[in-house]
Design a protein. Structure first.
Ligand SMILES: NC(=O)c1ccc[n+]([C@@H]2O[C@H](COP(=O)([O-])OP(=O)(O)OC[C@H]3O[C@@H](n4cnc5c(N)ncnc54)[C@H](OP(=O)(O)O)[C@@H]3O)[C@@H](O)[C@H]2O)c1
Length: 376
């Protein structure tokens, strides 16, 4: 038996009679303590205590390993709807305890921030509850599935004074940062092309389900954010078509060709599909402006062409997950807004909703983020 396992104590606590929440539910609250020697943080910075919310793939292979490498940050707790998954993550990553009742995490005043990596339909509610409990929030994309959720989250960030950031990791990937800095020097509007092929998001895979936004809110949302960020200009309108919907097999809604117009006159195409073969290339982003041609592929290859000059570089597939977490920790410590804000999360969701509405109706849709977000 794993020595850490032997020190696990299962606490089944029943609500006290005077607990307001007891009136709502008499279900037992589950919390499992993971006993181990406490390691005090080095240096004089206050330890930042983070709870993982949702024990899934990206938490295991990206976020928690990256979090554990940041000095002075402690994975304090793991929430999972599944007691056994939560316990295995807490043991594996050295958390103090795990809980299958989210309120257990929210009531813990020692926890500074939550890292929400659950499935998409839970993000907004879990983020709202965390902000209301006075926690900073890192929430995976999409931040929200509806306009109302976007507005509620923007209000909650304002009223709580806490920070919320969204997992748009591409903004922290070296090649996309280089693409942005090249585009920042352009003299006029640009033409952008994003081609994304994600055959994994199909069939019975949970994210393919249009009832929870499908692959568009689930993944194409990255590229709605990326186009805005690369161009540094607000999306103003979208015109989109999808594959036929309602058939069996292929999920029509998840396969789209969409054209965006931006406030500065730039235009961008997003071709997003889930029907390719597993060996089709993943993502390719191209940008063209006066005398400038840029292309990046799968975080690994970048080509910059200026006039007759041409430069190419290759890299390992650095996707920006660790850099985004480091940046968020810094912004929490320094008490300043994160690089990706709640408004960025709202723009990407609202852009995707407009895209999907356009594809359904075969009509272009205006996008006016300021108007939508001011209408609270
Ligand atoms: N930024 C990016 O590049 C990126 C990449 C991948 C995913 N994501 C986002 O990250 C979030 C999590 O994605 P993921 O790929 O980690 O999904 P996942 O492995 O399915 O995990 C998502 C959640 O589902 C629950 N879960 C895990 N295994 C399960 C199982 N066998 N049966 C039922 N439920 C299970 C867990 O919540 P509980 O522990 O509470 O049950 C977990 O937090 C999503 O919002 C996704 O959009 C972002």
């Amino acid at each position: 038996m794993n020595p850490a396992e032997s020190s696990v104590a299962v606490l089944l606590r029943y609500p006290a009679a005077d607990d307001e929440r007891a009136a709502e539910s008499f279900a037992p609250r589950r919390r499992v303590e993971i006993a181990r020697d406490r390691v005090e943080p080095r240096g004089d910075a206050k330890e930042l205590r983070v709870a993982l919310v949702g024990a899934g793939n990206i938490a295991r292979w990206a976020h928690v390993p990256a979090l554990k490498k940041i000095p002075g940050v402690k994975l304090a707790a793991v929430y999972s709807a599944s007691g056994s998954r939560g316990k295995s993550y807490a043991l594996r990553f050295g958390a103090d305890y795990c809980a299958s009742d989210y309120d257990e995490i929210l009531r813990d005043e020692s926890i500074d921030a939550v890292l929400i990596a659950t499935r998409n339909q839970h993000h907004a509610a879990q983020a709202l509850a965390a902000l209301a409990a006075g926690k900073h929030v890192f929430v995976e994309k999409p931040m929200a599935l509806t306009v109302d959720e976007c507005r509620a989250l923007a209000r909650a960030v304002r009223e709580s004074g806490k920070q919320l950031t969204v997992g748009f990791n591409r903004r922290f990937a070296p090649f996309y940062r280089e693409l942005k800095s090249q585009l920042a020097r352009r003299a006029g509007p640009a033409v952008v092309n994003c081609r994304v092929n994600s055959p994994g998001i199909s069939g019975s895979y949970w994210m393919a389900d249009p009832a929870i936004g499908g692959a568009i809110l689930g993944e194409a949302v990255h590229f709605v954010d990326l186009m805005f960020w690369l161009l540094d200009s607000e999306p103003a309108a979208v015109s989109a078509y999808s594959l036929p919907t309602g058939g069996e097999g292929t999920v029509g809604e998840n396969n789209v060709a969409a054209s965006f117009r931006f406030a500065d006159g730039s235009v961008a195409n997003l071709t997003y599909c889930t029907v390719g073969s597993k060996t089709s290339a993943g993502e390719r982003v191209e940008a063209f402006a006066e005398g400038l041609g840029l292309a990046t592929e799968d975080f690994k290859r970048l080509a910059i062409k200026k006039g007759t000059l041409s430069a190419r570089s290759r890299w390992w597939g650095e996707k920006g997950y660790a850099a985004q977490l480091e940046s968020f920790v810094k912004s929490m410590r320094e008490g300043r807004a994160p690089e990706v804000t709640v408004l960025d999360g709202a723009r990407a969701t609202i852009g995707c909703l407009a895209l999907m509405d356009s594809a359904r109706s075969s009509e272009p849709r205006e996008i006016d983020l300021a108007a939508v977000m001011s209408d609270e």
